[in-house]
Ligand binder design. Structure first.
Ligand code: ZN
Length: 322
């Protein structure tokens, strides 16, 4: 079975008419972007160059040089108002579905994850088109792009996803890198209606808090695991300094049966917090802290912390890949 990183972002600057864009409004945005690119082994000057191509080439190099077999590459829809009006001014970056679908066609290491705000006027048509193009995963950030997933008007969208065997990877818990539109949608109970419609859901970051004082929903997620057999969590970004407290709650062997491996690339990986908290043995931290391939580094840290083999291959099983 394939070892898969279930949570890898695409970022592009719209070169070669790809349609991608990002906005860096403040000094903090610019600093974060530079740090993230550097951490991925990309010169920050790439932001003013053909970023789409440079980012793709680097990602392919990293996955090929890693212990992993494939990664889920995420499209990113923009925010919409409750009435379906697009809100590009409230959005920080955009990655069209065709960008990841095309990369998925060209490279066997890439599993595309589409992104469609279910309130969009063309949501059902776009979902249909993407399913026909082979999409098996859909990614959304309900708190960032404003989606009340439990709104009954979205039931046909979730039902079609369930019929098309499209897995829903949803951001849960707080968010620090992107502006949040509706804080309440960080709650994993936002996934209740999609789960009831039969969609297999993965709660990204296992619903943990994102910064000190941020509300932590991991215990709520663990309760939901008992109620919904089609609900999972991922361990993406949990090696970062701000999210590592979630690790202790999901290492339990019984909980691990519902956990999938994910990195949240290009979010920086740091073993420091998990080592200080006692989850990562000293020798493993020493061995991997200087690793330049952050996909591999995240994989090695997770393995050393005790995430079992099945957490790396679980998506393969859920997608029926071999
Ligand atoms: Zn992410």
């Amino acid at each position: 079975m394939k070892k898969i990183d279930c949570h890898v972002h695409f970022v592009g600057g719209g070169t070669a008419q790809s349609g991608t864009w990002f906005k860096l409004k403040t000094w903090w945005d610019r600093l974060q972007a530079r740090m993230m690119l550097k951490g991925c082994g990309i010169e920050p000057s790439a932001m003013h160059d053909d970023l789409d191509r440079i980012y793709t080439e680097q990602l392919l190099k990293l996955i090929k040089d890693s212990s992993l077999d494939a990664l889920v590459l995420l499209a990113q829809d923009i925010a919409h108002a409750d009435d379906g009006t697009p809100l590009p001014d409230k959005s920080k970056f955009y990655v069209p579905n065709d960008v990841v679908l095309e990369l998925g066609r060209r490279h066997e290491e890439i599993i595309p994850a589409i992104s469609i705000h279910p309130g969009r006027a063309d949501a059902m048509d776009e979902l249909e088109r993407c399913i026909e193009s082979g999409a098996r995963v859909l990614k959304l950030l309900p708190n960032v792009i404003n989606i009340d997933c439990n709104d009954k008007k979205y039931a046909p969208f979730w039902t079609r996803m369930a019929e098309g065997k499209v897995i829903f990877l949803s951001h849960t818990g707080g968010e620090m890198t992107l502006p949040v539109m509706n804080k309440a949608y960080a709650d994993p109970r936002i996934l209740t209606l999609p789960l009831e419609c039969g969609v297999t859901c993965i709660a990204a970051h296992s619903a943990g808090g994102s910064y000190p004082g941020d509300k932590d929903y991991t215990d709520d997620l663990l309760k939901m695991f008992k109620e919904f057999p089609n609900l999972y969590g991922d361990n993406s970004a949990l090696c970062s300094l701000n999210r590592n407290k979630t690790i202790g709650k999901i290492l339990d062997p019984e909980v691990q049966e519902r956990i999938l491996h994910g990195s949240d690339y290009p979010v920086p990986v740091s073993g420091l917090g998990v080592w200080i908290k006692g989850f990562l043995p000293w020798k493993d931290w020493r061995k991997w802290k200087g690793c330049q391939n952050i996909l591999e580094q995240d994989y090695q840290f997770k393995k050393a912390m005790g995430f079992n083999e099945a957490t790396f291959t679980r998506l393969s099983q859920l997608l029926d890949l071999n």
